[in-house]
Design a protein around this ligand. Structure first.
Ligand code: 3H9
Length: 673
């Protein structure tokens, strides 16, 4: 037995030594685990009465990877690459017994073991790429040798885990064992193979190059990998495994790992990993707060938003009652939900039975009173305060006591909505992003009187429907849309001063955004928020709207589009811009790309700092999460606030000063938290 303080213990079963890790919550391979594993394997090797070993984990999962909290600090021996080499070098066979998720360094430990067995629900993956890294303990060299180049590329460069079934088919594991009998089955397996020789070692297997597979994979994923450094490094390492011997391959892997680890992108991606988890915490609401039960959800409005919101709950197995005011709107909404599910099924991501199961949970109705039973009601009608206040007044009269009453408003004052009810403590904002069944972000808007248990319940529910939730305070546009305002104001001003929509959009796309402000306007609809008075033309945007240039849906907006929605520069928009430049007597000049960055992105950072100063966001990293999951801010830049810090607050302040913007105090002082 090892010392009681170690997370590693050993159990003898006759001639088999079982090495067990117990390092909650996810058995990360921190220093104590590595030291314990090294000592235990040495013990097994040294003990002549031991013929084979099993490595398994207690708790919810097999090793979920290296301990990310150790990154960037001095590392204690043994380092993971040395530990896995030592495991593989054992002259007694070692079996990895996998349940939960064998990820990253955990998968590399499994690959260094001579055999792998897994529970049917287990998953194996190398998600390092999502942290801007690559498997740095021989994983890029052993994985393709064991599972083949195509699967190794998928696993390392994309980072998504594979099921036990896929792993078995690819030879990545040797056997799927019982879901509830992993420990015994692994022991029995060890007895079967204990005398087999030679012992199979992944690093010694031959691997032929497969340039076609590499080229096809790289081409198919070019869009997904745009801007990221780590996918190419993962691919290069896998290719190297097929071109050189193992020691050269590992040396290459090591140098690539160190390059990525010390780079900005990995720092940004690791920041996001912790930011996402931190966002779930509400500073003054204890983690152990008792939650309100939510077993039935009501939704008001079966339009695009209401339908998308409903799908989240239906997919998670929760019954949804959806209310509309006309049969036509209701039928249309339900048909769209079904069509979306069927499209997902057509792509093979859902079975027809799952579609029917989800649809069976949906109760469409024209009866507002049907909202008397749900535990949570989400209002998703159009943005109009009077309409929303009327709905909440009626809801207050019929909703059951303790029901959570939520609004999906994207700008309006939750307190003014809550004030129409006799239960403002039960009212909260749940701002979903369009398309609501796809976008990961949920802004949870905390009103002045919203109860702690309402917030805690909504945050837990968000996790259940696989959203990333961030708490925002009541302020116009909350976190995300409020920060869009200065960006849009400056983009519009730049157009008049001489920049083109193409230039501004290109700068944003080159920065890594999925699209620029004018491409976004065309996608969302230039007519959104338009006053609809043809006589009132007060901006370029009004002019476009009056001319019916409503964006992609009309094949004309800031750009012209063909039937496939491919954008082209629009001569008419150039004319409109010239007219407006003249009309507003705006002096014309050459606008540099740098100025576009300073005026559209630095101003967003400044707005973020103001939001923090006003206490409308809990922490800077929450703002980063909003922008990454709600607006496609490039992951490898870590979000606007992380990016500003990495660029240097001084540089951002100087850029803002140059154009005469009032700068937030915390930004000027570099005291953003
Ligand atoms: C690597 O392995 C590099 C090697 O190739 C090379 C080395 C040379 N370390 O997500 P959850 C914490 S890179 C430290 O809420 P779930 C997490 O912060 C690593 N901490 O649970 C959270 O803490 P808190 C490759 C970790 O059930 C708590 O555990 N591996 C680590 O929703 C619970 O996490 C990965 O990238 C870690 N590795 O999901 C896997 N992992 O409670 C990363 C988690 O204080 N992990 N924590 O907020 C995951 O994907 C998920 O955590 C997992 C569980 C799927 C395992």
């Amino acid at each position: 037995m090892t010392t009681t303080a170690s997370p590693i213990r050993t159990e003898r079963h006759d001639d088999i030594l079982v090495i067990v890790s117990d390092n909650p919550p996810v058995n990360a391979l921190g220093a104590a685990v590595r030291q314990g594993l090294e000592a235990a394997v040495k013990q097994g090797v040294a003990d002549a009465s031991i013929t084979a070993m099993v490595i398994r984990c207690d708790g919810r999962t097999f090793f979920a990877g290296a301990d990310i909290t150790e990154f960037g600090k001095p590392m204690q021996a043994p380092l993971l690459p040395m530990l896995v080499d030592m495991i593989e070098a054992s002259d007694k066979p070692i079996v990895a017994a996998i349940h939960g998720t064998a990820l990253g360094g955990g998968c590399e430990v499994a690959l260094a073991c001579h055999y792998r067995v897994a529970a049917p629900s287990a998953k194996l993956g190398t998600p390092e790429v999502k942290l801007g890294l690559l498997p740095g303990a021989g994983g890029t060299q052993r994985l393709p040798r064991v599972a083949g180049i195509p699967l190794a590329l998928e696993m390392t460069a994309k980072g998504d885990p594979v099921s036990a079934r896929t792993a078995l088919d690819a030879g990545l594991i040797d056997r799927i064992v019982g879901e509830d009998s992993l420990a015994e089955d692994a022991l029995a397996f060890a007895r079967e193979i204990r005398a087999k020789r030679p012992i199979p070692r992944a690093s010694q297997r031959a691997l032929a190059p497969d340039p076609d597979a590499v080229a096809a994979f790289t081409k198919a994923n070019a869009r997904r990998f745009r801007g990221f450094e780590a996918p190419a490094a993962n691919i290069a390492c896998v290719v190297k495994a097929s071109e050189t011997g193992y020691p050269e391959g590992v040396a290459f892997e090591r140098s690539e790992f160190m390059r990525l680890m010390t780079g900005n992108q990995s720092a940004a991606q690791r920041h996001l990993f912790f930011a996402e988890r931190q966002a779930a915490r509400i500073d003054d609401v204890p983690a152990e707060t008792a939650l309100r039960p939510v077993d039935h959800v009501g939704i008001i409005g079966a339009g695009t938003m209401g339908g998308g919101i409903a799908m989240n709950f239906l997919s998670a197995g929760l019954p949804v009652t959806i209310v509309e005011t006309s049969a036509e709107a209701l039928d249309r909404g339900v048909a769209v939900i079904r069509r979306n599910y069927e499209a997902t099924a057509a792509k093979g991501r859902m079975t027809p039975e799952q579609v029917e199961r989800a649809m069976a949970l949906l109760t469409p109705t024209l009866e507002f009173d049907a909202l008397g039973t749900p535990d949570l009601v989400i209002e998703a009608v159009y943005e109009n305060m009077e309409v929303k206040q009327d709905i909440f007044t009626r809801l207050d009269a019929i909703a059951k006591p303790g029901a959570i009453l939520a609004s999906n408003t994207s700008y309006l004052d939750i307190d003014a909505i809550a004030a129409c009810t006799a239960r403002p403590q039960d009212v909260v904002g749940m701002h979903f992003f369009s398309p609501a069944n796809v976008m990961k972000l949920l802004e949870v808007v905390r009103g002045a009187k919203t109860a702690g248990d309402v917030l805690a319940t909504v945050m837990a529910l968000a996790k259940k429907i696989r959203k990333v939730a961030v708490v925002a305070g009541v302020t116009y546009g909350f976190i995300g849309n409020r920060m869009l305002i200065p960006r849009q104001t400056e983009a519009n001003a730049l157009l008049l001063e001489g920049a083109s929509p193409e230039q501004i959009d290109r700068v944003h796309v080159e920065f890594g955004m999925p699209m620029g402000p004018f491409q976004m306007a065309d996608l969302a609809g230039v007519d959104i928020g338009w006053h609809r008075d043809p006589a009132r033309i007060e901006s370029v945007r009004d002019q476009l709207a009056v001319e019916g240039r409503w964006g992609q849906k009309k094949q004309a907006g800031f750009y012209d589009y063909d039937e496939k929605r491919t954008p082209r520069s629009s001569p008419r928009v150039a004319e409109i811009l010239d007219e407006w430049r003249l009309k507003t007597q705006t002096p014309q000049r050459q606008i540099s790309d740098e100025e576009i960055v300073e005026r559209t992105l630095y101003t967003m950072v400044n707005e973020g700092a103001l939001i923090l100063e006003e206490g409308k966001a809990q922490r800077a990293s929450d703002i980063d999460v909003v922008w990454i999951y709600g607006y496609g801010w490039p992951v490898y830049r870590g979000g606007p606030m992380f990016w500003a810090k990495a660029e240097g607050y001084d540089k951002i302040v100087a850029g803002l000063d140059k154009h005469g913007f009032p700068v937030a105090n915390s930004l000027r002082q570099g005291s953003i938290k």
